[in-house]
Design a binder for this molecule. Structure first.
Ligand code: NAD
Length: 484
């Protein structure tokens, strides 16, 4: 045991579904033997709560416990198939503002087979925004939409977290992936905020990649990256890719960090087909628990547990999922693996880089900068319409009812089809019709927009939705149509 005096820290624990209870039991046994001082509150969430008709899979007592302890160690949950059930993970992340999802993916070569023996990537995924708002609508017979929301404060705090994380853990570079060549405003904002924050960290290298070629490079040459920060969807996909090419998704742990509450878990799911067989690998959850121990100020315990785990992997004591006859010495089950780690507490890895958390007791805190608010003015409106008319007929009806406003363009799925469209463009029943004042630099009274909508409804052209066109300190806050 080390020299720390540790007061028990209240922690909420959920044993989860499928393989969850086995890997949680193994994890708690290892960290307790390692010296963790925890005051565990167990909550029931997931399958059995869903089965009681609770569509969120979590009840009031569980929320209450999480609010009290603010630290959550969670085994995987089975999300019921079919509509009506909400993903528990997404609900918890959003309810507590867990904005950063931290997923380290180092290789453990030569002890775990990988094509990338030198990779050591940490993916920091924005965890609340982007396409994960679940704001989806069916708008016409043909078309459904999902709203992609990126906010400046939401981006700033995850990007700052990534730079602070890099500094804390002695990393040298932070890379951002976006698709801002296409999504110039949403991904463009993410990239812009990344550049702004990067300029405050001159001691760290920073770079930006377009996500498609960045993903290809990550899959091919992951050792070229260090810390990667990226919007929610790209992060969701690429953190699994990174974990898998490092060796196995079964080895990766993850921390979901908020300003107040944090949740720690494995990145894999509940693997129901392996449940109850004492086969599952507890490593992902254990490494999530190691991140938790660092978070609650028990860095010395985290280090002891992590190093014993590394030594176990080096000694070739492997669960079936990472067993490789060339390097493994024994296949063990979940409980046997936990015994092997416990037997090595106090030992260090011989070849793999040892974990070191003693100097990282302070939590990483990020604050969002205050900015003066821009002057916002309405300069036009995009009216979305459901119509099967040919574009010329539609345009004529819109021109006839434009009143003092000007019909600037019509697009179909973003492609400009009026004025001057091409007959080859394939169109569906979903039109975005842009109206602006005749002097577009002047702000528009809202009444002109409501009057326009009234005329359009009267002409048999009711809107699906409208989107205000605003300028911010004179800068357009809307994209042009493709081909405009
Ligand atoms: P999964 O990760 O549960 O399992 C995929 C396969 O990976 C398994 O069949 C198994 O062969 C292997 N595997 C995963 N974890 C392992 C481990 N610890 N040890 C050994 N092998 C392991 O993915 P899935 O089958 O797509 O999802 C199953 C359920 O888990 C679904 O209900 C899904 O919604 C849920 N899920 C939950 C979480 C979470 O709670 N964080 C995350 C992902 C999926």
């Amino acid at each position: 045991m080390g020299t720390e005096t540790i007061a028990p820290v209240p922690v909420t624990v959920a044993y989860g579904d499928g393989i969850g209870p086995e890997i949680m039991e193994a994890t708690l046994r290892i960290i307790t033997e390692g010296g963790a001082e925890l005051d565990v509150e167990t909550i029931r969430i997931g399958e059995r709560v869903y089965a009681l008709g609770n569509t969120a899979g979590i009840g009031p007592e569980a929320w209450e416990s999480l609010r009290r302890t603010k630290v959550f160690l969670k085994a995987p949950i089975t999300t019921p198939q079919g509509g009506g059930f909400k993903s528990l993970n997404v609900t918890i992340r959003k309810a507590f503002g867990l904005f950063a999802n931290v997923r380290p993916s180092p290789s453990y070569s030569p002890f775990i087979a990988t094509k990338h023996p030198n990779m050591d990537v940490v993916i920091i995924r924005e965890n609340e925004e982007d396409l994960y708002g679940g704001i989806e609508h069916r708008q016409t017979e043909d078309v459904v939409q999902c709203l992609k929301l990126i906010s400046r404060p939401g981006t700033e705090r995850v990007v700052r977290y990534a730079f602070e994380y890099a500094r804390r853990y002695g990393r040298s570079k932070v890379t951002c992936f976006t698709k801002d060549n296409i999504m110039k405003m949403t991904d463009g904002l993410f990239h812009q905020v990344f550049d702004e924050v990067a300029s405050e960290y001159p001691d760290l290298q920073s770079e930006h990649w377009i996500v498609d070629i960045g993903a290809a490079k990550l899959a091919d040459t992951p050792e070229a990256f260090d810390v990667i920060v990226l919007p929610n969807l790209y992060g969701d996909i690429l953190s699994d890719v990174a974990a898998q090419i490092a060796g196995s998704v079964g080895l990766a742990g993850s921390a979901n960090i908020g300003n107040d509450v944090a949740m720690f878990e494995a990145i894999h799911g509940s693997a129901p087909r392996r449940a109850g067989q004492d086969k599952a690998n507890p490593s992902g959850l254990l490494l999530g628990a190691v991140q938790m121990l660092v978070h609650i100020g028990q860095g010395e315990v985290a280090e002891r547990v992590h190093n014993a785990w590394l030594r176990t992997i080096e000694d070739g004591i492997h669960t079936y999922d990472v067993y490789d006859a060339a390097v493994s010495k024994a296949t063990v089950g979940t409980a046997g693996f936990a015994d092997a780690v416990i037997a090595r507490l106090g030992e260090m890895p011989k070849t793999l880089k040892a974990a070191s958390y003693r100097s990282s007791q302070e939590r990483i805190a990020v604050a969002v900068s205050e900015r003066p608010r821009a002057r916002k003015e309405l300069v036009g409106v995009d009216v979305f319409l459901d119509s099967r008319q040919p574009v010329e007929t539609l345009a004529k009806a819109l021109e006839d009812n434009a009143g003092p406003l000007e019909l600037v363009m019509i697009t179909n799925r973003g492609q400009k089809v009026y004025p001057g469209g091409m007959s080859e463009t394939f169109c569906v029943d979903h039109w975005r019709c842009r109206f602006q004042g005749r002097r577009p630099e002047h702000s528009l009274p809202y009444e002109e927009v409501t009057a326009l909508l009234g005329r359009l409804i009267g002409a048999g052209l009711p809107f699906i939705k409208i989107e205000g066109l605003f300028t911010f300190d004179g800068q357009a806050g809307f994209s042009l149509g493709q081909g405009q």
